[in-house]
Design a protein around this ligand. Structure first.
Ligand code: VAH
Length: 313
């Protein structure tokens, strides 16, 4: 039985559906801090800062695999650092301890390219490089990677992790990340509204489309234990682009789309992140390869969001 913690987030929304599609709806229990009307199937309310509540659900459903997706993302974490640190670190430690004590076989932990700082080369950032992040979120993700490796080395708990780039998806609005612009811009485009971008036009960041995210995650979790040579976290890359490049791609389909650039505090966060990622370790160890380019992503995003807004109007 699989437990998804943080199932109502940008990743969790889609990953829960994908896991149910792959393994059966009766094999996946979703959870989040509160239940939404949209939550269907097996669902439990879990505040992941509560060790006993996680353990109660793990025992009740005889959980063998946990996907721990609950976290406060980079931009929001800067405005509430102590609470964000607690949520991002305490929840993972709870999951690792519950897993150790209750014979959970596998744990998935999402890390982020936010773990990289000024010590890392910004072009084709390698997997194994000194990590000195400059955000609360990035520091908490480095902490999480090391805890995952600790529980593997000390207790043989099969913790696996991916450093996601900025995730682009149409199924839900992202919440509080620095890369959220890459989702918001498509919403504005289909609503025929001008987009005000909080990054400068040439700020190139690593991004990944949600379909690539799901495929990478399932591919990693289904790989044999022997294939996993990195127990902190794997770099995974989709593509890299700047706000100006995605605006240009949108204009190929919506010719009158307008954008303005009004950088805010998120520009400083983005300026310390990689421009592009070397994901050769993921390719060599478990066969990862991205499949979506900017043209594909733009086509799908505009089409899906047009349909969504049509049903709302
Ligand atoms: C954020 N979307 O912007 C997340 C992600 C690489 C960025 O971790 O905080």
């Amino acid at each position: 039985m699989i437990l998804v913690i943080g199932a109502n987030g940008q990743l969790g929304t889609v990953l829960t559906q994908a896991l149910r599609g792959s393994y059966g709806a009766d094999k996946v229990v979703a959870s989040d801090i509160m239940k939404r009307e949209s939550n269907t199937g097996l669902f439990e309310v879990i505040d992941a800062t509560n060790f006993k509540r996680i353990e109660e659900v793990v025992k009740q459903y005889k959980v063998t695999e946990i996907y721990h997706l609950a976290a406060i993302l980079s931009a929001n974490a800067e405005s509430n650092r102590i609470r964000s640190w607690e949520i991002n670190t305490k929840t993972l430690l709870n999951v690792l301890e519950v897993s150790r004590l209750n014979k959970v076989e596998k744990v998935f932990y999402p890390s982020s390219i936010a773990v990289f700082g000024k010590n890392a080369p910004r072009i084709k950032t390698p997997n194994n490089v000194s990590l000195n992040p400059e955000t609360v979120y990035g520091i908490s993700k480095v902490d999480g990677e090391n805890w995952g490796q600790y529980y593997y080395n000390k207790y043989d708990l099969d913790v696996r992790s991916i450093r996601y780039p900025g995730v682009i998806s149409y199924q839900s609005l992202p919440g509080g990340g620095t890369t959220d612009y890459a989702v918001d811009i498509y919403h504005k485009a289909v609503l025929n509204e001008k987009y005000s971008c909080y990054l400068t036009k040439d700020t190139t960041l690593p991004m990944i489309f949600i379909d690539d995210v799901i495929r990478a995650t399932l591919q990693l979790m289904e790989a044999s234990k022997e294939q996993i040579n990195i127990r902190t976290s794997y770099n995974v890359s989709g593509l890299s682009f700047s706000p100006e490049e995605v605006a240009k791609e949108i204009r190929k389909r919506i010719s009158n789309f307008e954008i303005e650039y009004i950088p805010d505090f998120r520009q400083e966060i983005a300026a310390n992140w990689p421009v592009s990622i070397d994901d050769s370790c993921a390719y060599n160890d478990w066969g990862w390869q991205s499949e979506y380019n900017l043209s594909d992503i733009t086509k799908v995003m505009l089409s899906k969001l047009r349909n969504q807004y049509k049903t709302l109007i």
